[in-house]
Design a protein around this ligand. Sequence first.
Ligand SMILES: [Mg+2]
Length: 101
Amino acid sequence: MTEQLKINPCTKVDPLYFMFKAKELILKERERQNQKWGEQNHSPQDWMMILQEEIGEFARAEMEHRYRGADPEPIMEELVQVAAVAMQMVECGLRNGWGGK
Ligand SMILES: [Mg+2]
């Protein structure tokens, strides 16, 4: 385990880089979603269906890569969409009194 950590290329980069890069990708996707759909105010149940649909696309991209040798890039694209939808759910919840203020 320790040996793996020593050769992990992620340890050669400031851990904050990945946090900021993830944030950048998610915010870019959020902007794309806002341009496409505008402000979305759904019930928690409807949001769960939307999120599950995105999780399904993420799972499909992973399976296509793992078992059919497809390009791995869609895995990250779909994962970012999952995170962006989850973020949008939080925004909706804040607007509509689900707590968090
Ligand atoms: Mg998707």
